[in-house]
Design a protein around this ligand. Sequence first.
Ligand code: DCP
Ligand code: CA
Length: 656
Amino acid sequence: MLRSTRTVIHFDLDAFYVACERELNPELRNVPVGVSQYNPYGNLQERAPTDIHDRLVTSQNSHEKQNDVNGSLIAVSYEARAAGVKRNDRGLEAIQQCPSLHIVVVPVKHGKASLTMYRNASKRVMKVLSDAIRNECSEYSSTTKDDVLVEVASIDEVYVDVTEPIKRLLTRMKEDGDDDSFWKKCIQEASTCTTIGGVEVLSDAAEATNALDKNEIRKGSCLQVLDSDSSSVDTGSLAWWNRSRDEWSDAEMSLACGAWVAAQARRAVASSFDGSVFTLSAGISCNKTLAKLASGLKKPNRQAIIDPANTEALQTLFHPLPLSRIRGLGGKFGAQIAQQFQITTVGQVSEIPLPVLQSTLDNKTAQFLHNVSRGICRDPVTPRMKPKSIESSKTFRGVTSISSNDKETLAKWIGELIGELTERLQEDLQENNRTAGALAVGIVTSQEGKSVSKSCRAPRTLDKYKNTALSLALQLVEAQKTRLRVDAVTVTCMSVSATQFVEQASGSSTIMAAFERCSNEERPANSSNARPISRIQHRQRPAKPSMMDNWLSNSNSTKASGTKRRSNDEETSVNKRHAARLDSPSTKRAVAPANDTSGTTEPVVLPTMDEIDPQFLRELPEELRASLMRDIGRAHPTKQTNGIQSFFRPKEGRNA
Ligand code: DCP
Ligand code: CA
């Protein structure tokens, strides 16, 4: 077993959306709560986060609210899990399981779930957490803030590498010689709340939870809940903690100090928010894979160490796990590997000799699998706090699905999605001083059942996003009709996403001015002196991602050691997935959007008139059609000679 000297902590917030709702509405504290996706057949009116009474649908008895209550649950409090309520349950069946359940519907804007309040809460918690760790580390080990590496990996999880401060802490303790007061304090504080994975003395029942697929745990394992209620750690873990000082290796001391840092940080978060609504679970180990596995061991509000040097414990914990519980193997990649080698567990991967893996997979992928099955992961904690892509998507299920012939509805929803996307891009610009380099549109149709997408360079100004997205959607629909040889397809999901962000060199005030000017369709384009964004942003061409690159861009989103099954309504899940794609200042490599099945980012945004189905244009709302055609005219000035004028003429005139 290759030993690493790193100390990595993975934090995962407990029942995160529930915690956000509890912060807003104290009535929800200490009672069973489920956060529900809004029901597309229910009330689609805008609901602001602060409309807490309107969003608490279980307290409303009127008949018309029944549909509201029956949305699917995307977050479930641990009290409700103990009563048997699970993620993805429909509200009405959940109430049958737990009659005292309080169901809160997510905020709604643009005809879809609005996750802004959850994203904002996430930012606040992450700030408290990272500040607390940095302060602890600088106080006890005289390190700077940059010595603590913080990688926000999704809306509610973060990796922290504290290798450097802990190295200094150990040096300091050695220098202190006989004065072991700091070490004692560290052990005392960490031992009361930190389980040692694999050495735990567990009941048979509790042991069974380790083999559960992460989905099962997410659905709510009563064992998990009961276990976490116990006030002290198990006897096996206590024996590990209660050794005399000369029995400790440096690596074990580093893990113990990591656990102490994690405990302080969790305490800081709990005490910083009213009602201690935000609690976290933490995992401490030598790399991201094992730290993530550890944080899922003792949820909620507890922490665990996985000691990589304890090969036996590692194998006991690691080998029986389904492949899907390993970071990076939760999605399609893991399923593909499982099918290819006819295996289901991590232990089975470890039995495949490296040359066999290499003979069927590319070397990078083979090496990754070989290592990960042994608990080895070299993926660094890469400091990053900003999302790598921003996406808005919506599912159209059942009667809400849209025929490709219904151009007006397609255009309406592209408009709503772009409305949300551009709002978020403006906020992002203000916060992070960057603009998107690429815009992608994805659709799923009932005929093909899988997502296809197309991307292009992001338009120069936000007011152009809608037409560009519509044009991309049109191209996707037309391509699919041709491919399937049908007259129409039925759209069941649409997404728009902005990626390949480029930091702006100049001050944000100038850029904001440009954004504001360009996004305000009412104002004439020359009403501001601001420079257009196009002149100040650098375009990047994407590199074609390899299998491993694809894995890396998706791996952060795989929830603590496992697969994340989509909730019935995609948009919140999709957003969570995309919240996980984070931008790294040190890895400026541009990649195609992960959902871009075409794998291309075209420099030309709009099709020529010849490429557009005239019927499509005719059916567009007039205002949109005129605006789209103006853009096409500008994009292809030489190609419009015979086509464009005729489209402005009424149908009869053209035929005459
Ligand atoms: N989420 C979602 N759809 C999913 C998964 C998650 O909308 N399919 C949202 C709701 C969750 C939040 O993301 O509150 C965080 O997801 P987690 O998987 O971490 O689940 P929780 O934080 O709710 O619970 P746990 O305590 O098990 O981490
Ligand atoms: Ca969580």
